[in-house]
Design a protein around this ligand. Structure first.
Ligand SMILES: [Zn+2]
Length: 265
């Protein structure tokens, strides 16, 4: 029989957090997360440093942390896609990946490296396909290019699976991603005062494709803006989505937890 105390406490799955602090800081962040009912977290890489931080979190909290390793768009000029893929293959010999990423395109900060970003993104999509893993996708001011890379990938396995994380797009882009079987994850940005268009996107994502995240250590949600973000704050994202979608925070916590478990384990 479940005790009342368990039933009254929501549990959350934060599908996107970066760990770049000292081991002691990671432990402190994780303990606060667990105390706040965040039972699972995807620790996400994207560079050598972020991959190392994600590995450290996963090793310290194997029951609670799932691992996504990859190389993101800001790394695209640092080496060839082949070198990055070799590095990931090497890491995969010793560590269980739940996903590849984050990886993707960002023409806001790095428009001049668009071609290299596309090549690195495509190479990791092929790797995820080969491994049968979902992909954690970053996309900013690159809607059309992102769809093009996804559509040009020669899928051989079970096809595209994954999530567009920290979604900031409009309803049209959300629909195009949903058409491609992707999930959409909302971060603290959805709580920002000027985010009405994003909230409209959040209202249209079907229950079974909805995920929540913090994108720790960035983008702390309202009312904690300006603080260093951490997984313990994910409840604010759930509460905002509940308002937008006309349901309860408990229900948002439940459906996003189930979706995340299906995708990441
Ligand atoms: Zn991220």
């Amino acid at each position: 029989m479940r005790r009342k105390a368990d039933m009254s406490k929501e549990t959350f799955y934060d599908t996107h957090a970066h760990f770049e602090g000292t081991p002691a800081e990671t432990v402190a962040v994780m303990e606060r997360a667990l105390a706040a009912g965040v039972e699972r977290i995807v620790a996400v890489g994207g560079s050598a440093g972020l991959n190392a931080g994600a590995l450290a979190a996963a090793e310290a909290y194997p029951e609670h942390v799932r691992l996504a390793l990859g190389f993101d768009r800001d790394q695209a000029m640092a080496a060839t896609p082949e070198v990055f893929v070799e590095t990931l293959r090497h890491l995969a010999e010793e560590h269980a990946f739940a996903a590849v990423g984050e990886t993707g395109l960002d023409f806001h900060y790095h428009p001049e490296t668009a071609e290299a970003q596309g090549a690195l993104f495509a190479a990791q999509l092929r790797l995820a396909d080969e491994w049968g893993l979902p992909v954690v996708i970053h996309t900013r001011e690159a809607d059309g290019a992102t769809l093009r890379v996804l559509d040009e990938t020669p899928w051989r396995g079970q096809g595209l699976r994954g999530v567009v994380h920290c979604f900031t797009g409009n309803q049209e882009f959300a629909a195009q991603l949903l058409d491609r079987q992707l999930a959409i994850s909302f971060s603290g940005i959805v709580t920002f005062r000027n985010a009405d268009l994003l909230r409209a996107s959040a209202a249209m994502v079907p229950d079974e494709r909805l995920l929540i995240e913090t994108d720790t250590p960035f983008l702390a949600p309202v009312p904690l803006r300006g603080q260093r973000n951490e997984p313990a704050f994910v409840a604010h994202v759930a509460a905002c989505l509940a308002t937008v979608r006309g349901t309860t925070p408990e229900r948002i916590a439940e459906i996003t937890r189930l979706n995340a478990r299906r995708m990441f384990g």
